[in-house]
Design a protein around this ligand. Structure first.
Ligand SMILES: Nc1nc2c(ncn2[C@@H]2O[C@H](COP(=O)(O)OP(=O)(O)OP(=O)(O)O)[C@@H](O)[C@H]2O)c(=O)[nH]1
Ligand SMILES: O=C([O-])CC(=O)C(=O)O
Length: 612
């Protein structure tokens, strides 16, 4: 048995509550060694991981790793929110009583670190000194060195962050056990994986994965699920799957901050990292704050709605990331950035990485190339020739500081004032490019009825049309009725109300399926219109479902679009919308205790459509 006190003394970990937690879990998990990890340990951990073959070199200061082939995305079915309060059961949170589920997961975890090192990762999900700091501290325990490397990039990691907490016991207990991946029955009735957030005990217990949100517990499990629960129970803040960006008009000096939710793998990273299109670059500067999570609250002194990104890094989808779609992402993973790539294709001779859409064609010479399953491309049979080289949910992990247009104040614990909140997703018809909503309840209603095609970020759901309220469906931690009320309460308390909008970059031509809007950098045009509309500089065209830009207002300089496509994305298909309202009604009826304001908004939109 390891002398835990000695390890913690040597590491300088003095918080007694954390020490007790580590001792408790050391007893349960039975590791051979314990190591406390700080960001300063990164280069040593990298060397060790290279020596152990857990990662491979991928160019100067870049690394590649592969997860087990049945462990490449979040499993929504195996993800559970547990509490001791039946009233926390929602439609989407997969609620179970903690007394029932805790013993099951803990049973799987018993003795699981035998022969292994237990890494203890003290972290903060927020810049130190932020008003949400109380909810930001956590300590992840893991048996996986690559998880440590990811956490160092994604969170602020260090012993000093946890030693001097104002309330030493107020930290999230986050336990991650990889498990015997080839023997977990992933996706079968014998599935042994459990990804449980015991929200009212601020404890996260994840068993059976080493990938992404299943394993980096600061990110989604704490930063989103636990934080959403904490924000609601304390009535202090919202935690949402939102990107956050800033836009500055260099001519007038005006600045706006826009945050918003799109379901996983629907373009948050790309939008947050966007640069102004060339034709608008002299006038507008876009700065990056965050691509996946935002915490929102009202500042008690100024009364303003504020937001910040609790993360310290980006876990971005590799697919289709290239010079044209996202040059800033490529800069953020340039040689020397210490970025990690997971489940992309790798060349073990040249140490290059590749993914679908990185270049228009695959590398012509297949020598040395290995696909995401670890198989040699050169050995593929003819019927496998067309299979992707990289997994569609392959990712790059890099620190915020590597993003070239990261905002100067991204680390400011005060956060930034939020001017606009947008919702969007992959919707092949019906949803126009952008429609603005000025009323709070109607904005929240729009978020709750966000319908989009599911993506490859979760197992087995790609392409299915489904409602994904506020893009939080996989991350909901309490019931939807109170969730809607909490939104109305928090945002409603702000002195200046943000404008809401629904955006869609993914409308397609019904005939040949091409995207009607070029997307990516051009998306800024829709956001600029929204900011101008908020400031009363343009008036748009009122429709039953919000205000949409006129063609002149959209600002199309430097962009040539077929007139028919432009007409389509700036129009409302009334018939299709009328049909949609019935589905929305059914969707909302699932949620008990939905605030009356939301129903009023629903009826108002339905009536406006009837009269249109
Ligand atoms: N057609 C089109 N595709 C886009 C656009 N923006 C992003 N994409 C593609 O959508 C995929 C996912 O984009 P991301 O920006 O990584 O999505 P995300 O929402 O940050 O994903 P998570 O990290 O899973 O939450 C990538 O393959 C992008 O290339 C766009 O404006 N138009
Ligand atoms: O959780 C993950 O593995 C990746 C992620 O960011 C998402 O799905 O939104």
């Amino acid at each position: 048995m390891v002398d835990v006190d000695k390890v913690l003394d040597d590491a300088g970990l003095s918080n007694e509550a954390v020490r007790d937690y580590v001792k408790h879990w050391a007893e349960h998990l039975q590791p051979d060694r314990i190591e406390v990890v700080s960001a300063a340990d990164d280069s040593r951990l990298i060397e060790e991981a290279l020596a152990a073959g857990e990662i491979q070199p991928a160019g100067e200061g870049l690394y590649y790793s592969r997860s087990y082939s049945k462990d490449t995305a979040r499993s929504e079915e195996r993800t559970i929110v547990a509490t001791s309060r039946e009233e926390d059961k929602g439609v989407y949170n997969n609620w179970r009583h903690s007394d029932e589920i805790r013993p099951i997961v803990e049973g799987h975890m018993k003795g699981a670190f035998a022969g292994k090192t237990m890494y203890v990762i003290p972290y903060l999900m927020a810049p130190p000194g932020s008003p949400s700091e109380k909810y930001a501290a956590g300590v992840e325990i893991t048996d996986n060195r690559t998880v440590c490397l990811h956490m160092i990039r994604m969170a602020r990691v260090g012993i000093d962050l946890i030693n001097n907490l104002a309330e030493p016991d107020h930290f999230v207990r986050a336990v991650h056990v990889t498990g015997d991946l080839p023997n977990l029955g992933q996706g079968t009735p014998e599935d042994k994986r459990y990804f449980v957030t015991v929200a009212d005990e601020r404890t996260i217990l994840h068993f059976g994965s080493s990938y992404g949100g299943n394993a980096l517990l600061g990110k989604i499990a704490h930063g989103l699920r636990q934080a959403a629960y904490d924000g609601w129970r304390s009535r202090e803040f919202l935690s949402e799957q939102f990107m956050l960006l800033g836009i500055k008009d260099k001519e007038t000096g005006k600045q706006w901050h826009v945050c918003g939710g799109f379901p996983s793998a629907s373009g948050k990273t790309n939008l947050a990292m966007t640069l102004a299109p060339d034709a608008l670059g002299d006038r507008y500067h876009v700065s990056f704050y965050g691509d996946d999570i935002a915490w929102l609250w009202v500042d008690p002194d100024s009364g303003e709605l504020m937001g910040l990104n609790p993360e310290n890094g980006v876990f971005g989808v590799a697919k289709d990331t290239n010079e044209k779609t996202n040059p800033t992402a490529l800069d953020s993973i340039a040689p020397g950035s210490q970025a990690l790539f997971t489940n992309v294709a790798y060349n073990d001779q040249t140490h290059e990485v590749w993914w679908e859409g990185k270049t228009p064609e695959r590398p012509a010479d297949t020598a040395g190339w290995i696909d995401w399953k670890g198989e040699r491309i050169a050995d593929r049979s003819p019927d496998e020739a067309g299979d992707p080289w990289a997994h569609p949910n392959s990712r790059f992990t890099t620190s915020l500081a590597n993003v070239p247009n990261v905002a100067a104040d991204y680390n400011d614990p005060k956060g930034v004032r939020i001017d606009a909140i947008i919702f969007g997703g992959r919707t092949r018809d019906r949803e126009p490019l952008v429609r603005a909503i000025t009323d709070l309840a109607e904005g929240v209603y729009d978020g709750l009825t966000l319908g989009a095609e599911a993506t490859f970020a979760a197992e087995g759901v790609e392409g299915k049309l489904r409602y994904d309220p506020m893009s939080m469906r996989p991350f909901m931690s309490y019931a939807e009725g109170p969730y809607a009320q909490h939104w109305l309460d928090i945002v409603g308390a702000a002195k200046h109300q943000p404008i809401f909008a629904h955006v869609n970059w993914f409308q397609r031509d019904a005939g040949d399926g091409h995207f009607l809007w070029p997307g990516y950098r051009e998306n800024l045009r829709a956001l600029l219109w929204l900011c101008q509309f908020k400031d009363g500089e343009v008036t748009g065209r009122q429709t039953a479902v919000g205000v949409i830009p006129t063609e002149d207002e959209l600002g199309m300089e430097g962009l040539d679009l077929p007139q028919a496509d432009l007409d389509r994305i700036l129009d409302i298909d009334i018939e299709r919308w009328r049909e949609e309202m019935g589905h929305r009604q059914e969707h909302l009826e699932q949620f008990p205790n939905l605030p009356e304001e939301i129903w009023v908004a629903h009826r108002r939109v339905a009536e406006a459509l009837d009269q249109a």
